[in-house]
Design a protein around this ligand. Structure first.
Ligand code: ATP
Ligand code: MG
Ligand code: FE
Length: 356
């Protein structure tokens, strides 16, 4: 089975071909990602209108490149899977309409994929992780802990009550005059900083409510930064290191709570697994913290390669394969309208359409 995946929900225009043949491991035949970061960097964040236009300009060429890279023609494809939400609606329209057009013209099955389901199932593409497992999704738009029980069977255990973690990194960078996207630049600056220099808060630590919060931490960073003016390079490094330490500490508290809940829910699970996804999973300190935590709780820790943690279309093609394989039914996905909001708990309804 070969599926063409298309991803346009934010600021990456991406297309991929993933194959799954009987008795062999899935194979990513092509994974083309065009990042629009340069077009948005001057504005310090993603501008939806610019993103939508950039998707229109880039998508056809990206799809052609993915088909060429994989040595696949449209005839060899079994289905087209496209991100249909959640995300910026302009980009979603571009990707989903293109997928509909290709599927209709070539007489192929169309699968409308939830972007978060793509992130959630990636670890099965890379590491063959078995259900059930726990997912920590940390990206620019989401911070969630999700119980992944099966394809289309998700239960959100925790979410952020204010900012997403990637957003907190991006805003912190902006306050300190570091370029967009903030995550990698904060991490880089933190390497030369003293993580104990500022005692930033650990939001929600010890709370009985399972959720995340990062806005209080952001405010603390703003106060620390404005108390020192002008900011020197070492000040920025110390703030970044202290911010990252606070984030790691807060994450560890929230995640360890979820690991305990997983144990209570599945006492017979021989190899419980925590999977991480989203762009923030690039952060080495956060990854090390999660690794240590999992070891302490007897969990396996799976972090897919970076290219598959941040936005890409291989995860969308793979989610399509999982949906086809699970035979979740054949509603008419050609009628499916993009959804800017689409919580993962709401995806169970199968959305797969035949090409005629
Ligand atoms: P979503 O998937 O929720 O729609 P998104 O597309 O913005 O959002 P990703 O592309 O998965 O998310 O990740 C981008 C985010 O990851 C940005 O906020 C970026 O700052 C953050 N990020 C990237 N690298 C690092 C890093 N090394 N440390 C911390 N954060 C990082
Ligand atoms: Mg992105
Ligand atoms: Fe994403």
């Amino acid at each position: 089975m070969r599926v063409l995946g298309i991803e346009t929900s934010c600021d990456e225009t991406a297309a991929s071909v993933v194959a799954l043949d009987a008795d062999s491991a899935p194979e990513i035949l092509a994974n083309v990602v065009f990042s629009q970061i340069e077009e948005h960097a001057v504005f310090g964040g993603v501008v939806p209108e610019i993103a939508a236009r950039a998707h229109v300009e880039a998508l056809d060429g990206i799809i052609e490149a993915a088909l060429a890279d994989s040595g696949t023609s449209l005839d060899d494809i079994d289905a087209v899977a496209a991100t249909a939400g959640p995300g910026l609606v302009g980009g979603l329209i571009v990707g989903l309409m293109t997928a509909k057009a290709i599927a209709a013209a070539a007489g192929k099955t169309l699968i409308a994929v939830n972007h978060l389901e793509g992130h959630a199932l990636t670890a099965r593409l890379t590491d063959n992780v078995a259900f059930p497992y726990l997912l920590l999704l940390v990206s620019g738009g989401h911070t969630q802990i999700v119980l992944v029980r099966g394809v289309g069977d998700y239960q959100r255990w925790a979410t952020t009550i204010d900012d997403a973690l990637g957003e907190a990194f991006d805003k912190t960078a902006k306050m300190l005059g570091l370029p967009y996207p903030g995550g990698p630049n904060v991490e880089k600056a933190a390497r030369n900083g003293d993580a104990t220099h500022f005692a930033f808060p650990r939001p929600m630590k010890g709370s009985a409510q399972p959720d995340f919060s990062f806005s209080g931490l952001k405010t603390a960073v703003r106060q620390a930064a404005s108390a020192i003016a002008p900011l020197g390079e070492q000040d920025v490094a110390d703030i970044c290191a202290s911010f990252q330490a606070a984030v790691s500490d807060a994450l560890a508290d929230r995640v360890s709570r979820a690991l305990k809940r997983f144990r209570e829910t599945f006492p017979d699970e021989a190899q419980p697994t925590l999977v991480v996804a989203g762009g923030v999973a690039a952060n080495a300190e956060i990854k090390a913290t999660l690794h240590t935590l999992c070891a302490r709780h007897g969990f396996a820790f799976v972090a897919p390669p970076l290219k598959l943690c941040s936005d890409n279309a291989a995860m969308i093609a793979w989610a399509g394969i999982e949906r086809l394989r699970a035979d979740l039914g054949h509603e008419d996905a050609f009628d499916f309208a993009p959804r800017s909001r689409w919580p993962l708990d709401g995806v169970s309804a199968p959305v797969v359409g035949s090409g005629r």
